[in-house]
Design a protein around this ligand. Structure first.
Ligand SMILES: [Zn+2]
Length: 225
């Protein structure tokens, strides 16, 4: 009798331990972990490529007009493209992946890896604050949905079985992304940096010149006189 109780106790403990491991592996990924992964991943590039995030809100009719049927189904209806059919699962270009809806840079190809799943997979987003997560309880599973923070596009899910350095696997739909090669992305970032660093238009400067002690028109005669 006593041995059977001990055995039962041991069995219960073993099951609890197993359940504990499973709960850990399948626990929803927290937003802080996603932000932290951006630091460990390719975050450095984000500063160069990411514009200031602003909310983009459009009606379903507007999205439908802008997107292909598949892009609309995936991003605005939380659909999933078939594995091994998307444009990027086997894509190896050097550059950045933007949101297909609002063009926010989301992932760097440097954080892309071969997951064998048939969907483009990354171990980190390109920077902090570009994606957000939500617990997804559909299909009798608990998963962590990944969305574009700027326009709320459904991108895919994040799992805890990714490679180093983050251990996360961002399993994305090709249909929610659009690729831009690095040279084009850097040229665009450089152009934007110039625009953003430009001082305010001439008006203020002109006034200051007129009132200021700078050389007036009477000073500095032409060399010929
Ligand atoms: Zn977006």
């Amino acid at each position: 009798m006593r041995t059977s109780i001990v055995a039962l106790g041991a069995a219960v403990l073993a099951i609890a331990a197993l359940a504990g491991v499973r709960a850990g592996a399948f626990e929803p990924v927290q937003q802080e972990e996603v932000e932290e992964s951006a630091r460990g991943g390719s975050g450095a590039e984000a500063k160069a490529t990411a514009p200031k995030p602003m909310r983009v809100v459009k009606s379903n009719a507007e999205w439908r007009k802008q997107l292909s049927d598949l892009e609309y189904y995936v991003t605005r209806r939380k659909g999933t493209e078939q594995a091994f059919t998307g444009r990027y699962w086997n894509h190896h270009g050097d550059g950045i992946y933007r949101c297909v809806c609002c063009e926010t840079p989301l992932f760097d190809s440097k954080a892309k890896f071969e997951s064998g799943t048939g969907w483009p997979s990354f171990f980190a987003p390109i920077g902090k604050g570009v994606v957000k997560t939500e617990v997804d309880r559909s299909n009798f599973q608990i998963r962590t949905e990944v969305l574009c923070r700027v326009c709320n596009a459904h991108l895919g899910h994040v799992f805890r079985d990714g490679p180093r350095p983050t251990g996360l696997r961002f399993c994305m739909n090709s249909a929610s992304l659009t690729f831009q090669d690095r040279a084009a992305a850097e040229a665009e970032a450089a152009a934007r940096a110039v625009l953003e660093s430009d001082p305010q238009p001439e008006a203020g400067a002109g006034e200051e010149e007129a009132d200021g002690p700078g050389p007036g028109p009477e000073e500095g005669p032409a060399p010929g006189r």
